[in-house]
Design a protein around this ligand. Structure first.
Ligand SMILES: Nc1ncnc2c1ncn2[C@@H]1O[C@H](COP(=O)(O)OP(=O)(O)OP(=O)(O)O)[C@@H](O)[C@H]1O
Ligand SMILES: [Mg+2]
Length: 418
């Protein structure tokens, strides 16, 4: 398990990864690796300056190196009924290991783990796998998911994480309406927002200086008491060094979450993450997806549609998630909308820092009118509250949410200017 504390500084830059030795480029990549001919924006500064070889990264990693056979046993041969979910990297399986020796354990005993197994046919690949091992082995914080270990054996690439019993925020916010018995309460939404904000603030701090680059609801995982932890560091980048104001990179990420200036220039800053955080705040307020092509065209993009509502204390009430049934702090929702609006500022400099976001959210945690029921039910906007989130136009994947198998459309990371 990664053992550096939040106070420790990583000593080498995980973005300085050499891909020559042992890189398995044939897997290609959906995110993080340049697909030939698919982008014109590959800048010199995205080339590693002081390459670290794969061997150096893995040997300096504090995570355990598992054999494939150990993980096969721990997951009972990657049994289909132990699949926790599936992303661009491949499927994620539940497994069990002994908490001391890390040897495979009987199901239901020892330490529960989540094993992400790279699908050799997936678009994502070795580069993201290595980036993730590199960052998560060096960074440790209560709001970052823990990497327990990894496996690199022949064609196999796996990652072993602490198990997050409540899955992803995406599953909770956008799961199929018929199966929702009780949706996330307002106070849980605020708790999750604060936890995720703390994770990003840590990454941006001088201790870490990392830009996450793929902040979205599917990369926010929840423990049994809804503490939020960021996962998926395959696209993470070291922040600018010295007097540089930004990092120039190929534009990667997920549509609907990427900051406009990053999309148009490839200039990446911590404020790009702040923008993505603003998008997730709007998703938490409205219960609607960042991009939903099943909506009328002017409503495809949640932020574009919601912005005028967020700016008005009166109108913001109309776009609140109808599944909250009016049980939220009106003042808290209005302030959250104001905060989201600042995060979504078109000018990156006008966005708050994640430290400022954390302070604002801390103040909102114990709003006096938290979860009171307004006298009148909120009026539904044309967009239809959470109804938007449950039209599922795209490829459906079965995922585990608590005990319920549900279907959801994918919103995956990819090159954004291909
Ligand atoms: N540590 C974990 N504990 C429990 N469930 C997990 C864990 N990691 C991932 N999952 C589950 O597996 C699903 C797939 O995760 P994964 O990170 O592979 O893809 P994604 O984030 O949904 O998409 P993308 O590939 O675009 O990042 C998640 O939605 C989550 O429900
Ligand atoms: Mg993920």
């Amino acid at each position: 398990m990664g053992n550096c504390s939040g106070a420790e500084v990583k000593t080498e830059s995980p973005s300085h990864i050499g891909f020559a030795s042992g890189s398995n480029s044939k897997h290609g990549s959906k995110k993080g690796t340049v697909l030939s001919g698919s982008s014109r924006r590959v800048s010199a500064s995205s080339v590693p300056l002081t390459p670290r070889s794969e061997g150096e990264i893995l040997s300096s990693s504090t995570s355990k190196s598992f054999t494939f056979s150990e993980l096969r046993t721990a997951t009972r041969n990657f049994r289909p009924d132990s699949v926790l979910g599936e992303g661009g990297f491949g499927a994620v399986f539940k497994g069990w290991i002994d908490e001391h020796s890390f040897a495979a354990a009987k199901p239901g005993t020892g330490l529960v783990i989540a094993v992400k197994k790279l699908n050799p046919e997936s678009f994502q690949g070795h580069r993201e796998w290595l980036t993730e091992v590199s960052y998560l082995s060096q960074l440790s914080h209560p709001n970052l998911v823990k990497l327990i270990g990894y496996c690199l054996e022949d064609e196999q690439r796996l990652l072993v994480y602490e198990f997050m019993p409540r899955g992803s925020l995406e599953n909770h916010l956008f799961r199929s309406e018929e199966l929702v018995l009780s949706s996330l309460s307002w106070s849980l939404r605020m708790k999750i927002a604060l936890g995720a904000a703390r994770g990003l603030a840590f990454l941006h701090s001088d201790k870490a200086k990392v830009i996450f680059r793929d902040f979205k609801t599917s990369n926010v995982l929840l423990d049994s008491t809804y503490n939020a932890k960021l996962s998926d560091f395959g696209l993470a980048k070291d922040g600018p060094s010295g007097s540089k104001s930004h990092v120039s990179t190929r534009v990667m990420g997920t549509y609907g979450y990427a900051a406009p200036e990053y999309l148009s220039t490839g200039h990446l800053t911590a404020k790009s993450d702040v923008y993505s955080f603003g998008v997730v705040l709007v998703e938490l307020l409205t219960g609607q997806r960042a991009i939903d092509k099943s909506r009328p065209s002017e409503e495809h993009n949640l932020v574009e549609w919601a912005k005028p509502h967020l700016a008005s204390n009166r109108r913001v009430i109309r776009i609140m998630d109808s599944r909250l049934q009016g049980r939220y702090s009106v003042a808290g929702a209005q302030k959250t909308a104001g905060l989201a609006l600042q995060c979504l500022s078109m000018q990156a400099k006008r966005r708050p820092s994640m430290d400022q976001v954390v302070i604002a959210l801390e103040q909102l945690q114990d709003a006096a009118d938290m979860e009171r029921t307004p006298k009148t039910e909120p009026r539904s906007s044309g967009r239809g509250g959470s109804g938007r989130a449950h039209n599922m136009p795209r490829r459906k994947i079965s995922v585990d949410v608590g005990n319920a198998k549900v279907a959801r459309p994918r919103l995956a990371a990819s090159p954004l200017n291909a």
